[in-house]
Write a protein that binds this ligand. Structure first.
Ligand code: XUL
Ligand code: CO
Length: 442
């Protein structure tokens, strides 16, 4: 059934047009031009923007010192199914007006929790019906689904890593349902973010047992995915801390090690979040390169933190240098397959009007469109890649080639160096020149 939304929830805000860099219209894109070709591929396909349900539709803009400030005229203070249906229409009007091709949600963002798991599942089914209608009406697709295994008090000690086996079972039932729903909605992927999979103190924690349980949980999910015939990509999303003092999936390298240790690497890729990398003490490009090296970069949660603050501020990205770095790594990898740029970001508590949701996304989308164009220009120019190629030139011939191909052992290397007397002279890393080169394009 194709039902058109009858009420407009963002009156006065049109579908956001592309007007080019000289436009002064705050509700227009200056750089994101979905059909414009970059390296022969439309921007829309390079960037695969996704809007998140949790911050954008459910975020109240509260913080630990005060209640939410968000003005959302459709909210009636209830947590009814009727309101949940309305929120779907709101979400799709917003996403459609932004022209983003994807969205993402946790099960509990879209439908209220009932008094029992059975009732909760029924609520979810009722809303999935509406999501399906709106997907069909607009052509907007689900980038990934996920389960909220951290908000309800039952998850106080974690979900898959809880000391309470019943909580593990509840989480399994919840994830089973969330995967089914993601499958039904044609989701391109499914994310596991270990909301409270970690610890606050090792005094009460059997770390090895908890990690074993997490490994078991993910294997059960993979088994069920196969049974169901869900073809979407599974992702793990690293984050080092918050809410716990230590999250097991602390960064890309820790996740890859965990996946290898529990024989899960073939079934998972990483969903990297920019500010989670910052909180882990890395740059986003660092975590991306670590994931790419393991052929495990899947998708990106595109937000930023505030480097002066040590917590997850989930802000919209506006820094063109950052988006350039991200797009350089992404283009080098060959672009997304199942993943996308998912705005896991929220407007500031002070930006409480509905219109601010548009300014935030427009800014993030334009920042990434610029990053894409700049990265593509840097690659076309070729000097950066050529510098790196030359820097490693000693590995393309002679002794370097013999080492890389596994032909030279320690004896041969000793004989080689005894003959030469010393290593060839090193050349400058030219960091400052390379930084200048990048700035020439920004
Ligand atoms: C939390 C976070 C989550 C995941 C999905 O920091 O990033 O919203 O993206 O559970
Ligand atoms: Co995230």
């Amino acid at each position: 059934m194709k039902r058109r939304a009858t009420t407009e929830y963002f009156p006065g805000i049109p579908r956001i047009p592309y007007e080019g860099p000289s436009s002064k219209n705050p509700l227009a894109f200056r750089h994101y031009n979905p059909e414009e070709l970059v390296d022969g591929k439309p921007m829309r396909e390079h960037l695969r923007f996704s809007v998140v349900y949790w911050h954008t539709i459910r975020g109240k803009l509260s913080d630990m010192f005060g209640e939410g400030t968000a003005v959302r005229p459709w909210e009636d203070g209830s947590n009814s199914l009727e309101l949940a249906r309305t929120r779907v229409r709101v979400a799709f009007e917003l996403i459609e007006k932004l022209g983003a091709p994807f969205y993402a949600f946790h099960d509990r963002d879209v439908a209220p929790e009932g008094r029992s798991l059975r009732e909760t599942n029924r609520n979810l089914d009722a809303i999935v019906k509406v999501l399906k209608e709106e997907q069909a009406r607009t052509g907007i697709r689900l980038l990934w689904g996920t389960a909220c295994l951290f908000a309800h008090p039952r998850f106080v000690h974690g979900a898959a890593t809880s000391c309470n086996a019943d909580v593990f079972a509840y989480a399994a039932a919840q994830v089973k349902k969330a995967i089914e729903v993601t499958h039904e909605l044609g989701g391109a992927g499914y994310v596991f973010w270990g909301g409270r999979e970690g610890y606050s103190t090792l005094l009460n924690t059997d770390l090895k047992r908890e990690l074993d349980h997490l490994g078991r949980f993910l294997h059960l999910a993979v088994d069920y995915k196969r049974t169901l015939g869900f073809r979407g990509q599974f992702y793990i999303e690293p984050k080092p801390k918050e809410p716990t003092k230590h999250q097991y999936d602390s960064d890309a390298a820790a996740c890859l090690n965990f996946l290898r240790e529990y024989d899960l690497l073939g079934d998972f890729k990483l969903n990297l979040e920019t500010n989670h990398a910052t909180l882990a003490g890395h740059t986003m490009q660092h975590d991306m390169e670590v994931a790419i090296a393991a052929n495990a970069l899947g998708s990106i949660d595109a937000n930023v933190g505030d480097v002066l603050l040590g917590w997850d501020t989930d802000q919209f990205p506006t820094n063109v240098y950052l988006t350039t770095e991200i797009m350089l790594s992404l283009l080098k990898m060959g672009g997304f397959t199942t993943g996308g740029l998912n705005f896991d970001a929220k407007v500031r508590r002070e930006s409480f009007e509905p219109e601010d949701l548009f300014h935030a996304h427009i800014g993030g989308m334009d920042a990434f469109a610029r990053g894409l164009k700049i990265a593509s220009a840097i690659r076309r120019d070729g000097r950066l890649a050529e510098f790196i190629r030359q820097r490693y030139g000693s590995w393309d011939e002679g002794i370097g080639k013999r080492i890389e191909s596994g032909k030279a052992g320690f004896r041969e290397l000793e004989a080689y160096m005894l003959e030469r007397g010393d290593a060839a002279l090193n050349r400058s890393g030219r960091q400052e020149w390379l930084e200048n080169l990048i700035n020439d394009f920004i």
